[in-house]
Design a protein around this ligand. Structure first.
Ligand SMILES: [Cu+2]
Ligand SMILES: [Zn+2]
Length: 228
């Protein structure tokens, strides 16, 4: 997310992207384009002026060659999300995602503002937070599975389990996930992450919402994941 000389800055998010790459080799025939809604890829953005609103920074134009730069880090893909509670709530935090060489995604960050306890932490299919934290669709679920524990075979890709807040209302998030990625059909970039009001039951209870949402209550804080 770049904020150079801007009053407000944004993450452009995939609102309804299925992650598939439709590469047509027959470029001559476009007459059927967009006839089906399913091929339509859309995005949305919510512009906001950050707290304090102090505009600063310089727009560096690194137009010279970077070909030899980042020789060690060039394969490392990273993303970040700033979680916020809508309407001035106190829950907030930053979480980063680093794609490791073994394919696992390292999820690391700090979230503050919830009483001691466990709270569901999930990726949602849409990056639409125009309606607060409630407009981002369902759990990201490209394989059409039931809700589950992150270590289960049967789980939504977006099921990251619970985060644990201590008595100081701080959660130190630090784990690896083997399903979500930062590119391809399991990419979480452009989608929303949500912190719930209750613990995720991992799809293991008789509650009617258990297999769909983990019965984790409402959406307290959220943010849209963007490349770092
Ligand atoms: Cu959820
Ligand atoms: Zn789920």
């Amino acid at each position: 997310m770049k904020c150079f000389l801007l009053i407000a800055c944004v993450v452009v998010a995939a609102a309804a992207h299925d992650g598939h790459d439709h590469s047509h080799s027959h470029d001559h025939s476009h007459s059927h384009d967009h006839s089906e809604k399913s091929d339509q890829v859309r995005a949305i953005v919510k512009l906001e002026e950050p707290n304090g609103g102090k505009v600063h920074g310089n727009s560096h134009s690194h137009d010279h060659s970077h070909s030899h730069d980042h020789s060690e880090k060039s394969d490392q893909v990273r993303a970040i999300v700033k979680l916020e509670e809508p309407n001035g709530g106190k829950v907030h935090g930053n979480v980063t995602f680093v794609q490791e060489a073994d394919g696992k995604l390292h999820v690391q960050g700090v979230i503050v503002g919830m009483p001691a306890g466990e709270y569901g932490f999930h990726i949602y299919e849409k990056g639409d937070i125009t309606g607060g934290c409630g407009s981002n669709g369902e759990h990201f679920n490209p394989d059409n599975k039931d809700h589950g524990h992150p270590k289960d075979e049967e789980r939504h890709a977006g099921d990251l389990g619970n985060v644990v807040f201590n008595k100081d209302e701080v959660a130190h998030v630090d784990f690896w996930d083997h399903v979500i990625k930062l590119s391809g059909p399991y990419s979480i970039v452009g989608r929303a992450i949500v912190l719930h009001s209750m613990a995720d039951d991992y799809g293991k209870t008789e509650h009617p919402d258990s297999k769909r949402t983990g019965n984790a209550g409402h959406h307290v804080a959220c943010g849209v994941i963007g490349y770092l």
